[in-house]
Design a protein around this ligand. Structure first.
Ligand code: NAP
Length: 487
């Protein structure tokens, strides 16, 4: 989806960004214009300059309005304060416009020597972009214990999995791997695996394979040419796609597209690299290739191919190369490299191919929030999270006494996921954060809210609690996991 001017030009919101952003974005803008693409820019701002104006989101209203109008963004990197203060303006943009899929292609490039040169690395990481730990729902549960919620939805997984298969089809790719940590996080990461296995048969022309994400990282370093498309959760995808950037010469060559049903945001994988800001030395290729992805999204396939060929020819000839490739003492300036690409528009590389791209069919799922409904459900217990400096035995005996006569009994207590009460004989280093698991005494009962409130009152009379979680059975299956050591 995009918006057009009366003269048929496609409107694009252009955000220069922070650090090296303005230099990269200016390079991309000049190349896109020189390639004759019918694009009209609306320049808007986000990131550090906006934080400095006191706008805590880093994204001002006129930028939001422009994006809502144009539906397409080309942006430079935005600086994020680390570990305190403002939220990431990047994550805010991705989430405000529900760009649920982050596409990060890498391919071997001529004249960019790497340990993998000659092996034909050419793959795409499709990263889920709005869920997982990046929902940023965090709490200090005790003064010494922090929690981050990892939220993964069936709907979110279905969108990103379908996007990965559709992308494979649009780009003539043959294989999709799904990389998860479902062996450990059976419910969250496991949801992506289960959705992938359910949807894969709808794409019989594409080979589908699950891989554990740590092995995926290992295989990417060992034999990257075995991969075509990798679909994965947000955090895994963040890490894997930086790794894949390094396979082809580094972050200077790694573009990305954040795709949603309404809005698409194109940007380099790299950040604002502040040490190079304003020096006219950085490699703009990642942002230029992001603009190429954008042009294909806009249906400007010819201009996109012209630019990609010009980049290949420029790199293949190797007369003008940036400092990240040949060393900053010998590298060409950003502007000279940009001029070289513009000078090569219209030329084609004979040896280095540009794929034939077809428009991608974005998956459209129903808008209903309760995308998955249960036939049956039952509350069979409650996890109450308690802050206490007592020993597991003291706490266990105290809670057992607290629930005498209640419809629930204390089943176990765990500390950071490991069962410590009743004692197992293991040697576990404990902190003051306990998960106290209560289950119904009558195994067929369905615990109502009055019983949950009664339980909380009984616990609260003796201990400080900070969090409560119902234990549900959904369609007969437990909707929770066991602690390490719990039977
Ligand atoms: P970074 O900005 O990506 O830079 C890390 C290193 O990558 C640079 O020091 C440089 O390596 C290399 N590099 C990055 N872009 C390059 C380019 N165009 N040409 C050549 N080399 C390039 O990562 P960071 O230092 O971790 O992050 C800096 C800021 O950017 C942070 O505030 C972070 O939050 C933000 N960030 C924003 C985005 C985004 O807007 N999407 C993404 C990531 C990070 P050498 O030092 O080896 O030369």
């Amino acid at each position: 989806m995009s918006s057009q001017t009366a003269r048929g030009e496609k409107l694009v919101t252009l955000i220069p960004g922070d650090g090296i952003g303005p230099e990269c974005v200016e390079s991309a803008r000049r190349i896109v214009e020189a390639a004759g693409a019918a694009v009209r820019w609306e320049v808007r701002h986000a990131g550090a300059s906006v934080f400095r104006q006191g706008i805590a989101s880093g994204v001002p209203q006129d930028t939001i309005e422009s994006i809502a109008r144009t539906r397409v963004v080309l942006k430079g990197p935005l600086e994020t304060p680390v570990g305190y203060g403002e939220k990431s303006a990047n994550v805010t943009l991705r989430k405000l416009f529900e760009t649920y899929g982050n596409i990060r292609p890498v391919r071997e490039l001529p004249g960019v020597p790497t340990p993998y040169s000659g092996r034909g690395v050419d793959l795409v990481v499709v990263r889920e972009n709005v869920e997982d730990l990046y929902a940023g729902i965090e709490h200090m549960q005790t003064p010494g214990v922090a929690q981050c919620l990892k939220l993964i939805s069936v709907k979110g997984c279905e969108k990103v999995v379908r996007l990965a298969f559709e992308l494979a089809r649009a780009e003539g790719r043959k294989r999709v791997h799904c990389a998860t940590k479902s062996n450990i996080m059976k419910l969250t990461e496991g949801t992506l695996k289960r959705v992938f296995e359910r949807i894969a048969p709808e794409y019989p022309d594409i080979e589908a394979q699950h891989i554990i994400v740590d092995n995926c990282a290992h295989q990417l370093v060992k034999k990257p040419e075995q991969f075509d498309v990798i679909v994965t959760t947000n955090m895994n995808g963040d890490i894997l796609s930086d790794l894949t950037s390094a396979l082809v010469g580094g972050l200077g060559f790694a573009p990305s597209a954040n795709l949603g049903n309404e809005v698409a945001i194109f940007e380099a994988v790299h950040g604002s690299a502040p040490k190079y800001a304003g020096k006219n030395v950085i490699n703009p290729t990642a942002v230029v290739l992001s603009a190429v992805l954008m042009l294909r999204h806009l249906g400007e396939f010819e201009a996109a191919a012209r630019i990609e060929h010009a980049i290949l020819v420029t790199l293949e000839e190797g007369k003008v190369r940036t400092g990240d490739v040949v060393g900053y003492d010998r590298g060409a300036s950003t502007t000279a490299f940009t001029d070289a690409i513009i000078g090569n528009l219209g030329r084609r590389s004979e040896r280095w191919k540009v794929r034939d791209y077809r428009p991608i069919q974005l998956p459209r799922l129903g808008p209903q929030p309760d995308f998955v409904r249960a036939g049956r459900r039952r509350v069979i217990g409650v996890d109450v999270f308690v802050e206490s400096a007592q020993t597991p035995e003291q706490l266990g005996r105290s809670l057992e006494a607290a629930v005498e006569g209640a419809p629930v009994r204390l089943k176990m207590i765990s500390n950071r996921g490991t069962k410590v009460y009743p004692p197992t004989g293991a040697i576990t280093d404990c902190v003051d954060h306990w998960r106290c698991r209560f289950v119904v005494r009558d195994a067929t009962a369905d615990l109502d809210d009055a019983a949950v409130f009664d339980l909380l009152q009984r616990v609260a009379a003796r201990h400080r609690w900070m969090h409560v979680e119902k234990l549900q059975e959904i369609d007969g299956a437990p909707a929770y996991t066991l602690a390490q050591g719990e039977d």
